[in-house]
Design a binder for this molecule. Structure first.
Ligand SMILES: Cc1cc2nc3c(=O)[nH]c(=O)nc-3n(C[C@H](O)[C@H](O)[C@H](O)COP(=O)(O)OP(=O)(O)OC[C@H]3O[C@@H](n4cnc5c(N)ncnc54)[C@H](O)[C@@H]3O)c2cc1C
Length: 484
């Protein structure tokens, strides 16, 4: 066996698994009996997609927490910057590593890069092993009867759910042994991942990146949020989701931990079966999207339905700027876009509404919206973001049909009936009565005056008229179908 001398250290390459518990790669390194060197490489100059600014904000805090937890166990987190293929091999050679372990990623660029790294390491006489720490089921394990990947969620989840293994979490010893001499690494502060001049992240303070924050978030959700989740997840003012998405993205908690703890909690309290089922199915969407990306490498760039390649998207810089800044004149859309900018997050229902608005009301290419989300979301995730944008646009697998066009006013009236969400994020509308808050342009002059509002001055007129925009979108879709 290559590298069998146990004195040669094991590198644990952390990526989107920034945790110690339930971390199969770390457990394998510990079980090898080798001195352990944890390493994180900030990827620059490789083929994977550069991170957005909000992701980097999160990463900064999460790495600090990871370094603290590793230190408490007797280890140091070594930081390197550059192409992981170059950095990992040179670090392995520098410390004379006998083993390199990591938890797998599933986006095709990462798969290709990691395969090359494995090959390089093995050629250099270093054993390389990878594990599943990120998914309930790996993409290639869930197949249709014909042996292909699933394209429809319900069928996928019917097959995948029973396959989730109930195996116990791998054990990580209380103390871990590092090498006598530690290799040099970068200082996190030098990476300048936290924004300055300006610091746009002051509204991000509710987040607690890191493993302890993730666990606390899950425990709080199970105690107070699971009961009634199915109904409470839709109204944006009630914040009925778990808000685990950035923690799951960075692997500060693994989906199997979430799965096990949710099941154990529901078993201890009666009446949670339906809510549990709904919550687990959301984890199922995460799985479904990861297997889509695994099988469709260009999911973030190319329409799953090729007929959408002919779609006549509009370039409209003014409308795009209004959408990004939350100044479209549609209160629910604007509230969502401002929540996103202020906190790095947006409620799921509102994500669907703003995405539909961009694609269908403004006829702007879904890839433009996907890129904005990629930069501004703390949970920006290649699989989930691309798949959900394609879902909303109608160009994706198992997508919402294009002709189903969300009416942002009706969505607001249904899911934010008192206007609490809009009042919070669009304070200039705070004085509007609930009956007009989602369509302030319909309010009589006296109502606007009483609310201290002048449309066009304090808050914009709608940048498009809903019925006209809807008709225009349907016509564009018709052209697509008839090939005009
Ligand atoms: C246009 C658009 C873009 C999106 N971009 C992202 C993204 O970049 N990253 C991301 O994690 N989610 C994305 N989502 C999915 C969803 O909005 C978020 O996962 C969810 O809002 C996170 O909140 P939560 O943790 O409270 O979810 P909960 O309701 O508590 O769900 C639990 C977990 O299930 C997963 N999940 C829930 N809904 C979905 C979904 N529709 N698709 C995939 N996984 C889901 C998440 O990991 C989430 O943390 C997007 C949705 C839309 C419509």
């Amino acid at each position: 066996m290559v590298g069998a001398n146990p004195a040669r250290p094991a590198l644990v390459w952390f990526r989107q698994d920034l945790r110690l518990a339930d971390n199969p790669a770390l457990a394998a390194a510990a079980a090898s009996g080798r001195p352990i060197i944890p390493v994180f490489v900030l990827a620059v100059g490789d083929t994977t997609r550069p991170r957005g600014a909000a992701s980097l904000w999160w990463l900064d805090k999460s790495l600090r927490k990871l370094a603290e937890s590793l230190e408490a166990k007797g280890l140091r987190l070594v930081l390197r910057l550059g192409d992981p293929q170059v950095q990992l091999l040179s670090l392995a050679q520098e410390v004379g590593a006998g083993l390199v372990v990591w938890n797998r990623l599933y986006d095709p660029a990462a798969v290709e890069r990691d395969t090359a790294i494995k090959r390089d390491l093995e050629e250099a006489g270093v054993e390389a092993r990878s594990f599943n720490g990120a998914l309930l089921n790996e993409p290639w394990t869930v197949r249709t009867g014909a042996g292909g990947p699933f394209k429809v969620f319900t069928a996928y989840w019917r097959a995948a759910k029973p396959m989730v293994a109930a195996e116990p979490a791998p054990v990580i010893p209380d103390e871990l042994t590092g090498p006598r001499d530690w290799p040099a690494g970068d200082h996190l502060d030098d990476w300048r991942l936290h924004p300055t001049a300006p610091d746009w992240s002051t509204g991000f303070s509710d987040w607690a990146p890191g493993e302890a924050g993730a666990l606390a978030r899950l425990e709080d959700f199970l105690q107070h949020g699971l009961k009634g989740y199915s109904e409470r997840r839709d109204p944006p003012a009630r914040d009925g989701g778990s808000r685990l998405s950035p923690h799951l993205h960075w692997g500060e908690i693994g989906p199997r931990q979430v799965w096990r703890m949710a099941l154990a909690h529901a078993a201890s309290r009666p009446g949670l079966a339906d809510d549990l089922d709904k919550f687990l199915s959301e984890l199922g969407w995460r799985e479904f999207n990861h297997q889509l990306l695994f099988n469709l490498p260009d999911l973030a760039k190319v329409n799953v339905r090729p007929e959408f390649d002919r779609f006549a998207w509009r370039g409209d810089p003014a409308a795009l700027a209004a959408w990004r800044r939350g100044r479209t004149g549609y209160p629910l859309v604007d509230a969502g876009m401002r929540e996103l900018w202020a906190t790095g997050f947006m409620h799921n229902r509102v994500r669907m509404v703003v995405a539909s608005f961009l694609v269908k009301h403004l006829l702007i290419d879904w890839r433009v919206g996907e890129a904005w989300f990629w930069d501004t979301l703390v949970d920006a995730d290649l699989a989930n973001n691309a798949a959900n944008w394609q879902w909303t646009a109608g160009s994706g697998a198992d997508a919402a049909p294009f002709f189903r066009i969300f009416n942002p006013v009706a969505q607001g009236e249904r899911f934010d009936p008192e206007g609490a969400y809009v009042r919070r994020w669009v304070p200039e509308l705070a004085g509007m009565p609930a009956g007009y808050i989602h369509a302030p342009w319909t309010a009589p002059a006296a109502v606007l005056a009483q609310a201290g509002m002048r449309l066009g001055r304090d808050y914009p007129h709608p940048i498009v008229e809903h019925a006209e925009a809807r008709a225009r979108a349907l016509a564009a879709f018709q052209d697509l179908r008839t090939g005009d």
